[in-house]
Design a protein. Structure first.
Length: 99
């Protein structure tokens, strides 16, 4: 199996695991962003990609969303430690709640 296919399969598994652990149905629209998180957005995953590092999985914030950052106008109701938010290690993810 080629490295690219293995990496794609790994990302699919990680995304599925993240999606399955979400506590509520989400209407969020996600997209990949290269090297930055757009203003007003949050990210729930970061990955290394050839030619674009870091690569962020971004969306607009909403109640119940697990995010790697807490944006202005939000607080959090729970935390969890995982490796989605940082390249090469574990860090905290926050479940967002609108203030």
């Amino acid at each position: 199996m080629k490295i690219g296919k293995m990496f794609g399969a790994l990302l699919a598994v990680l995304f599925a695991m993240t999606t399955l652990t979400t506590t509520q149905a989400s209407a969020a629209t996600y997209r990949w962003e290269c090297r930055y998180v757009p203003p007003g957005h949050v990210y729930s995953m970061v990955r290394a990609d050839q030619g674009c590092e870091p690569l962020y999985w971004v969306t607009l914030p909403e109640n119940g969303l697990w995010s790697c950052i807490v944006p202005a106008g939000y607080t959090y109701t729970a935390t969890r430690v995982n490796s989605n938010c940082r390249l090469g290690g574990s860090t905290t993810q926050y479940q967002l709640a609108k203030i």
